[in-house]
Design a protein around this ligand. Structure first.
Ligand code: GLC
Length: 636
């Protein structure tokens, strides 16, 4: 049969077949030449099966290895078949690196990964826990405690969408967020990373996963990882499980509760995250009743994977394997053995990767770790990489650079700030409310170093791991916002810590005093006395003793305030609002009304702790869910 007739019989336009055959002849890439795992038309499980069957043990172990960018280079990627790279807190290509500089870095490593025998793309991960917080100029949203105060799950989902766009705007497809800890003690340095002490509220806020990853289609199989497309990212629910329940709030320590209490308080947000098809889950440093989570086969494999049906991959925390033993790293071989057999799939090594890979290789060869365990881990990792589209789109989408810090996202962050503020006192008596403030008075004073410092209002996990004071990124200070809001004829004086005589003789109608905590992250924020730092107390007493004052507290948690309430005309909890300080003024001056409600109990004294809503003995200064309104201004 003539070729043309054969083609016609195939009912395919002659020209298309001609083109296809020509291409095949020229480039040898006929349909038959596309390996199944590289064929996006095939089901993910088929692609995983095919790829897994082609991999050597070294290639499999490489996929389970995540290294920090500081130890990565093309030869490491190629020689060790590294499957993932991360930026630790503050780890950037350079200070003030642009989106294109970030994308260039990620693509540089990706090109090396793709040059390996099977061309498996690496996945680059980063902590984007309140916006894309490592990146200069990115929008910084309120930390989770403030988002919990909003009670607005839709807002939080929109924040997830915006964050995903900004992360993709730097070429990165994976974030170690959200933290869905249920913090039960504000003495914990990570209290602000928790949406609430109430598991039900944390469950609501877990809707951010759908913002980050996209919403799975109706009927999408429960537990399978899902990422909608190139504007979305792989999310990571963390830190499984009970990270917020440690005794005394000591970071990375021991959660001493029954299994029923663990299921009642700390598990519920994971039900929602898995239902939202969260693609990865990070295992907590902490222990449950003395057993390190990273070594807990019952909670990871039996419960999370088998009973709850989680089919994405688990990832360790940074050097969490070393911290299985005391002192850390004293028996790394044992750590590797227990962690991988407990169900860890990817290990955030992230520096000592040669030792890690060597130990895993030896333990597989000697049968201490089964090849079935390795295959399960790699299957889960490949499942996420296929589901995220990484094989089809491994390189940065450079059309998204403009997403980083764009005005729409800053407006969204400003909305979140407005909705996060909680009004705890308004007027020395209810008949004489102090708020909203009058925009049209001749002269006002703004005091306190937290009024004029982007770094302080953003808190930890901002540009650097611990965060810092100063002009650390692009944004609007609370002072800027006040100046933008009052009338043109209103004089605004700012003094970090004025003396009382100056204030008394200044002719001020009122003062706004903005004080609070310094930035901190993780164990560096553990704190047993929860006092307002002394410089803030002095400023508050000097100003509020001389003029009517509104105190705005910038903190990652409730602090001891009862002794000072009497000198305040009004008291506002602003948490850690992030880069858009304008949102504070929007509400102080009545353009918007307060809507925030306490996401956690506000104690009187620290010796009451831990004290959570629902406790039999419950005698707080302000109860969980408390929050006043003024009845003035827009809502929503
Ligand atoms: C940190 C944190 C974890 C973070 C990881 C990577 O120690 O515990 O939340 O995602 O390391 O920075």
């Amino acid at each position: 049969m003539a070729f043309s007739k054969w083609i016609a019989k195939k009912r395919m336009p002659f020209s298309a077949w001609t083109f296809f055959c020509l291409m095949s002849l020229l480039f040898g890439c006929g349909a038959a030449d596309v390996l199944p795992y590289k064929d996006p038309s095939l089901a993910i499980e088929s692609r995983v099966d095919d790829l897994l069957s082609r991999m050597t043990l070294a290639e499999k172990i490489g996929q389970m290895t995540q290294i920090e960018r500081s130890v990565a280079d093309p030869s490491v990627m190629q020689n060790y078949f590294i499957g993932s790279i991360l930026s630790g807190g503050g780890s950037a290509p350079s200070p003030f690196a642009s989106p294109s500089a970030w994308a260039d870095m990620v693509d540089y490593f990706q090109t090396a990964a793709l040059s390996t025998r099977l061309g498996i793309p690496m996945i680059y991960g980063i902590d984007a826990v309140h916006g894309h917080n490592n990146v200069y100029g990115a929008t910084i949203f309120p930390h989770n405690i403030g988002l919990g105060a909003t009670r607005d799950a839709n807002l939080v989902q929109r924040i997830g969408v915006a964050t995903a766009l900004e992360v993709r705007g730097t070429g990165i497809p994976y974030v170690f967020a959200p933290c869905i800890a249920v913090s039960r003690d504000p003495r914990w340095g990570r209290c602000y990373e928790s949406y609430s002490e109430d598991p039900a509220l944390v469950q609501q806020m877990t809707q951010i996963v759908s913002g980050l990853q996209g919403v799975p289609p109706e009927g999408y199989p429960q537990g399978l990882p899902y990422v909608a497309g190139g504007s979305n990212v792989v999310a990571c629910a963390k830190h499984y499980v009970g990270d917020g329940g440690t005794t005394g709030g000591v970071d990375e320590s021991n959660t001493e509760v029954s299994f029923n209490e663990l299921r009642r308080i700390h598990f519920p947000p994971y039900y929602n995250a898995i239902a939202a098809s969260v693609s990865t889950i990070m295992i907590s440093y902490s222990s449950w009743n003395g057993v390190k989570m990273s070594a807990n086969e019952f909670l990871i494999t039996t419960t999370l994977k088998e009973k709850l049906g989680f089919q994405g991959f688990t990832i360790s925390d940074w050097e969490a394997l070393e911290r299985i033993t005391t002192p850390p790293g004293s028996n790394y071989s044992y750590s590797v053995y227990v962690a991988l057999n407990a169900g860890l799939d990817m290990v955030m090594v992230p520096i000592n990767y040669q030792q890690f890979i060597g130990l895993v290789t030896d333990q597989v060869s000697s049968g201490f770790i089964s090849i079935d365990r390795i295959n399960d881990a790699v299957r889960r990792i490949l499942r996420v990489k296929f589901a995220s589209g990484l094989f089809e789109h491994p390189m940065a989408d450079r059309t998204l650079f403009g997403m980083v810090g764009n005005q729409d996202h800053r407006n969204l962050a400003r909305e979140a700030v407005r909705k996060s503020l909680v009004l705890l006192k308004n007027g020395k008596d209810s008949s004489n409310p102090a708020l909203p403030l009058n925009k049209y008075v001749p002269k006002i004073l703004v005091a306190g170093k937290h009024a004029n410092d982007i770094g302080l209002q953003c808190g930890g996990w901002t540009i650097t791991w611990q965060g810092s004071s100063g002009n650390v990124t692009v944004g609007t200070t609370i002072l800027d916002g006040i100046k933008n809001t009052v009338s043109a004829s209103t004089q605004v004086d700012y003094l970090e810590s004025p003396d009382p005589g100056f204030v008394a003789n200044g002719g001020y109608s009122y003062a706004v005093v903005v004080i609070g905590e310094p930035p901190y992250t993780e164990m560096f924020g553990d704190n047993d006395n929860l006092s307002i730092p002394q410089d803030g107390i002095v400023t508050m007493q000097n100003v509020c003793g001389a003029v009517e004052c509104v105190v705005v507290l910038i903190s990652g948690r409730p602090l001891v305030v009862e002794p000072y309430l009497s000198v305040m005309n009004a008291f506002v909890a602003a948490w850690l609002p992030g880069s858009e300080g304008q949102g504070v003024a929007d509400v102080l001056f009545g353009d918007y009304d307060f809507q925030g409600k306490l996401p956690r109990t506000w104690f009187k004294t620290v010796d009451q702790l831990p004290m959570n809503v629902g406790d039999d003995k419950y005698n707080p200064l302000f109860s969980y869910n408390f929050g006043l309104t003024t009845g003035v201004g827009k809502t929503g």
